[in-house]
Structure formats: C-alpha cells, structure tokens
Design a protein around this ligand. Structure first.
Ligand code: NAD
Length: 478
C-alpha cells in the first residue's frame, strides 16, 4: 500500500494511481507518492459519509468539540514539522509555513468552542397561541475542494466548521499539495473522528470533481480556487441545486494617497504584493498611487524589493520562496511579456533565477506606467508581480480600484480620516484594509469577497454557520 493513501470510511485505501509530490525549491527532492482516488472510490466515500451523517449530527456537541480541540492541539504541537513539510511542498518560506499551521490550529480551536455556541431564536407569532422557533441544523455531506496556495489553512477553515456543526466531509485537496492534506487527515483520525465522518479523496480535479459534483448525496460544496474552475463548479452544482460557496480569484487594489506615511505604504505594498511569492488571492497586484507621492513611492518600494532574499523555502534566510511549479512560472513570465507588450514599464525584477537546484525562482517584479485597462491589471496573475497605476486624486484612485471584475480585498494608505472612511464605505470588496496590506486576515472574522471573487455565504468566524447549517422555522401550537 502507498504510505500516503486516501481515507475512506475510516480505512486507508490506495487509489488507482499516484501523484509525485515535488519540492518547488528543488524539484529533484520528492516528498512522496500520494494516492489518487478513482471515481468509484469517490462514490464509496460519499456512501460512507452519507451513512455516517445521522449519528454524527446527533453527537453531543461537547464530543465534537473535543475532537476538533485535539486536532488544534496536535497541529500547534507539530507546527515545526508540519510547517516545514508545507514549505517543502508549496514553496512558501519556513516562517510562512509554520504560521499557516498555527493558523490552522487556531481555527480548529475556534470551531471546537463554536460547537457549544450554536443558538436559535424564539419569535412571537402574528397568530395567537402559536410559538415560532428558528433553529439551525447540519446540512449533511459537504464536498470540500481546495487550492494549493494555503494547503493547511484553507482546508482547516472549511473542515473545522463543517464538522463542528454536525456535517460529514469529503475533502479533495489540490493535486500539487497532498502532503499537508494527508497529515491533516491523519491528525483527524488520531483525534478520534468516527469512520466515514471525514474522508480524504486526493486526486485530479477532472476525476474527483465531477463525481463529487454529480452525486445528490453531497448536499453542499465549498470550493476555493480559480474563478474559471469556480464557474464550472457553479454550473454543475446548479443542475441539482446543491448548496454552494465559492471563494475565487482577486485583483486587489492598494491605493496610496499623497498624504500617506511613505514607510507604511511601502511596507504594505511589499508585504501584500510579494510575500508568499504573490500567490495569494488577497495579494495587492494593483498599486494605485496619486501623483504627489508616485515617484517617491516607486523609488522606495523598488529599493525595498532589491533587498528581498529570494531562495530555497527551507533556508531560514529566504524571504520569498519559489513559484509553485513550472506551469505557474511560465504563466508569470508570460504575463511579464504581456505587460511589456501592452506598454507598461518593467521597473525592476521579473527575472527567473538560474539556480543549480532547478527551483522555480522569480525575482519580484514591479511594473510602472501601467493602465488599469491592461491585461496585467485586469487578469489574476498569481505570482510576485505588481503594477503601479498613476491616479490624479482620491476620486480617480477609488474609481480605478473598483474597475475590476473581482472584489476580494481593497486597501488604502492615507492619514486622512475623510478618505479612509469614504474608501471603507465605497470600495467594492468584501474586505477593506486601512494602512495595512490587502493580504493578512484574522481567523475569527468573516472572510470573502464580491463580484467575481466570491459566491455564497462568507467563510470563517461565526459567519461560517450560514453555510454549514440549514435554517429551520418551526410553528408550534402547544
Ligand atoms: P484551481 O481552480 O485550479 O483548483 C482548485 C481546486 O479545484 C483544486 O483542488 C483542483 O484540483 C480542483 N478542480 C479542478 N478542476 C475541477 C473540476 N472540474 N471539478 C472539481 N474540482 C476541480 O485553483 P488553484 O490553481 O489550485 O489555486 C489558485 C486559485 O485559487 C487562484 O485563482 C486564487 O485566487 C484562488 N484562491 C482564492 C482564495 C479565496 O479565498 N478567494 C484563496 C486562495 C486561493
């Protein structure tokens, strides 16, 4: 049996093939061979989850909470090992890898406690002698589909609330990062999750996805990934009215006004645009800068960019790790060419580094003289690439910020309360940041966007109950 098998109905089961998990800092370093589930195995997992659901839904919430709490404790205790593994398979730096595992631990702890906080409402009826009770019930079996860029945190913020509120789970991680998913499954089994309640089905989206989407016993789908894949999933889910939550791409603006604190603005841009190799849905890929500060901002940001250490994710000195794989590197380089062909100026960076390890290293790239209509300003690149767009004043900057098909996160750097307040109200985004990077969020408050970035209820915090529970209104005539 493969050392890294799928988890179906409480048993570790080989798939019909394996995927080779490689280290993007050093592709010759093979992390392991991970099982890929066949379509028939996905159906077996659905059958198991469907059968396990009534008993799990009826479990005492304290018992469910205790299991989730144990997972949180184990994640925190093993953050060093798991964070290193995460960095090795995804390419974010060790600091980022460990922080992500700690984030996952916090999420499991948060939802462990939430099991005991689910409440309903009692409302007076308009008819005499009748009582109305509004309660929340588990939805059933949840299909969880996740991307490669946060291989531990995103699964955690879907799986933990799903289980907390009494649902069973089929977890399909991205094919590029099965190791973090497999470790999470192992911790869940060690924490005592009953057979069938949580199932891991690793493999290709094109194989696992359609089976999961077509089966009416999967009551809801929570997906995070690209907008293109999300649109396909929405079309399939709509055919049978499955409950759906989609978190997708971003083209997040960071507005920098003349009155901004230059150091704050430069750090926000640097952090938001390039850390995690720019591979974040909340990355600041459009830097919209007003005339009076433009040149000083570009100069200071470029200077900070030159000081960034790009290198092996497992080297503690590295600040920017590799791009996730060759295909993503090719896409990043192609967009650099597209930006130049469109007339933007490649101010600095954008060089693929020739390292003996063969890793997919790209120096952070900054475009200037970009226009919002350019493809580099409208399409999600998902790499360490940002474009500076000039704006006359605040009004134009806001208009440019909102001129996008996406709406996940939007930031502004300013010392003006008036402009900060106006931006908070008028930015068309699910999350707004003032004097902060567009990336970097807390784990206990809602996360999500608008327009092409999100569909359905918010994730995380207490708002997660909107998706992972179903509302029931009972009329009682005593
Ligand atoms: P992707 O869309 O290629 O894949 C996401 C997941 O969907 C993977 O598990 C993949 O195997 C699966 N999938 C692919 N085809 C499928 C199908 N036909 N049916 C069912 N599942 C299928 O995305 P990715 O490249 O893994 O991740 C990068 C994308 O994720 C970026 O667009 C990024 O913005 C987005 N993202 C969004 C958020 C957010 O919260 N908004 C967070 C992180 C990443």
């Amino acid at each position: 049996m493969s050392p890294f098998a799928n988890l179906i109905n409480g048993a570790w089961v080989d798939g019909d093939s394996v995927s080779t998990n490689r280290n993007p800092s050093n592709p010759a370093d093979i992390i392991g061979e991970y099982s890929r589930a066949s379509a028939a195995q996905v159906t077996q997992a659905i059958t198991a989850a469907h059968a396990a659901w009534p008993a799990w839904a009826a479990t005492n919430p304290v018992e469910r909470g205790a299991i989730l709490d144990r997972v949180g404790t184990a994640l925190a205790a093993q953050a060093e090992r798991l964070g290193t593994l995460l960095s090795r398979e995804e390419g974010k730096t060790l600091v980022e890898g460990r922080a992500e595992v700690m984030r996952a631990a916090q999420i499991f702890k948060f939802f462990a406690a939430e099991t005991q906080r689910l409440t309903g409402e009692v409302v007076a009826s308009v008819r005499p002698g009748i009582e109305i009770e509004i309660t929340r019930e588990p939805v059933g079996v949840i299909g969880v589909i996740t991307p490669w860029n946060f291989p531990m945190a995103i699964p955690a913020w879907k799986i933990a609330p799903a289980l907390a509120y009494g649902n069973c789970v089929l977890f399909k991680p991205a094919d590029l990062v099965p190791a973090s998913a497999w470790e999470l499954a192992r911790l869940l089994t060690e924490a005592g999750i009953p057979a069938g309640v949580f199932n891991l089905v690793m493999g290709r989206g094109a194989v696992v996805g359609p089976t999961l989407l077509a089966d009416a016993r999967v009551n809801a789908i929570s997906f995070t990934g690209s907008t293109t894949t999300g649109a396909g999933i929405a079309a399939e889910a709509a055919k049978r009215f499955a409950k759906l939550q989609l978190e997708m791409g971003g083209k997040n603006p960071l507005v920098v006004l003349d009155d901004a604190d230059l150091d704050v603005a430069v750090e926000a841009a640097l952090q938001g645009s390039f850390y995690s190799t720019g591979q974040r849905c909340t990355a600041s890929s459009r830097l919209i800068v007003t005339e009076g500060i433009h040149d000083r901002f570009v100069k200071a940001l470029a200077a900070r960019m030159q000081s960034l250490v790009v290198g092996d994710a497992l080297d503690p000195a590295s600040q920017i790790g590799p791009v996730v794989d060759q295909a993503q590197l090719d896409q990043d380089i192609a967009y650099i060419g597209i930006g130049q062909a469109e007339g933007a100026r490649l101010h600095c960076g954008g060089l693929a580094l020739d390292r003996t390890s063969g890793g997919y290293f790209l120096t952070p790239a900054l475009f200037t003289e970009a226009h919002n209509s350019m493809r580099i300003c409208q399409e999600e690149i998902f790499g360490p690439i940002a474009a500076v767009i000039r704006a006359r004043d605040y009004d134009e900057a806001l208009s440019v910020a909102n001129s996008t098909a996406f709406g996940l996160s939007a930031g502004i750097c300013t010392t003006s309360l008036k402009h900060a307040s106006h931006f908070r109200r008028h930015a068309q985004a699910g999350m707004v940041m003032v004097n902060l990077s567009t990336a970097g969020v807390d784990f206990h408050v809602p996360f999500g966007g608008r327009k092409g970035s999100s569909f359905g209820p918010r994730e995380q915090g207490r708002y997660a109950a909107e998706f992972y529970t179903s509302v029931k209104t009972s009329y009682i005539c005593p």
